[in-house]
Design a protein around this ligand. Structure first.
Ligand code: GUN
Length: 288
């Protein structure tokens, strides 16, 4: 069993980005600029936002955080997004999810200018991604692709089973792995909460690659996968004792894997690195 080290891969990608940025700054351009909007004080969001801002520093980007109160109205949030859309000094904007229940997330995502949508959640980017066109790709899914590529994991012709159909991970990674470009050309099965248990087991037990994004600690057990599987654990779950764990029962399942992502230090780090890649793309689009 070998670890798919997201920290190592992310550091290598961010080092490449920072070299490019140093070149741009050396030729007189401004820094790439990411703006993050955080509504309220959701604890996991606080932690994700902190690592995004820290990564901006390492990449040589300007990263700024706009904090809005939990009680902000949807209209006020949309107005803030409109200001950022119209501000030429910001290349990319992220509205950290989840939002409080009184705000419609899709309305908010739809309000972000597609050319600043570094999360790749806007229907324009999601649609372009699905069609195999140039797009900002959803960062977690894109980060998983980059990690597989970094470790030369073969994808073409493989059977991938994705567990979880969220718009931010399961759906986009299924599409990207099945697409006929980049790292793709896999045969993909997308399973979800309505997949009958036996069907789920039939699929995961013959999968070459399993990607799990359900947010349930220990969801993937040793009996669910075959010997030699590549296992990508997208879960980041905080247990009552404070420990951070993924969706895989790591101790039991890891010995069966050819490759597995640790939690922490796996996919989470790659999400942030992919956001940096998207932000650099938004920046470069502004100057080309
Ligand atoms: N919440 C959990 N993951 C993400 C993400 O990738 N982007 C945003 N905006 N919010 C999230």
């Amino acid at each position: 069993m070998e670890l798919l080290d997201g920290k190592k891969c992310a550091e290598s990608l961010v080092a490449d980005i920072s070299r490019k940025v140093a070149g741009y700054i050396g030729s007189g351009l401004r820094k790439p600029h990411m703006t993050i909007i955080l509504v309220g004080t959701h604890a996991p969001s606080e932690s994700y936002v902190k690592s995004k801002i820290a990564s901006c520093g390492r990449a040589g980007f300007e990263g700024n955080l706009i904090r809005l109160s939990e009680t902000v109205t949807e209209q006020e949030l949309l107005a803030k997004i409109s200001d950022i859309n119209n501000d030429p000094s910001t290349d990319g904007v992220i509205v950290q999810l989840p939002l409080p229940p009184h705000i419609n997330e899709q309305n908010v995502i739809n309000a972000i200018a597609p050319e600043k949508d570094i999360d790749g959640f806007h229907p324009t980017n999601f649609g372009r991604m699905a069609l195999g066109q140039k797009a900002f790709r959803p960062a977690t899914a894109y980060g998983i692709c980059k990690l597989l590529q970094f470790y030369d994991i073969p994808i073409k012709g493989k059977h991938c089973v994705v567990i979880g159909r969220s718009n931010i991970v399961g759906k986009p990674i299924s599409i990207m792995l099945a697409n006929d470009f980049d790292i793709g050309n896999a045969t993909v099965t997308l399973t979800h909460i309505e997949t009958p248990r036996q069907l789920l087991l039939d699929e995961t037990r013959r999968a070459d690659i399993v990607i799990v994004a359900v947010g349930i600690p220990g969801f993937v057990s040793e009996d669910m996968v075959k010997e030699g599987v590549v296992l990508i654990d997208v879960g980041i779950n905080r247990l009552e004792n404070g420990k951070l764990v993924g969706d895989v029962d790591f101790a039991a399942v890891a010995p069966k894997c050819s490759w597995i992502t640790p939690v922490p230090g796996g996919v989470g780090r790659m999400t942030v690195a992919a956001l940096m890649i998207n932000t650099l793309m938004a920046y470069e689009n502004n100057f080309n």
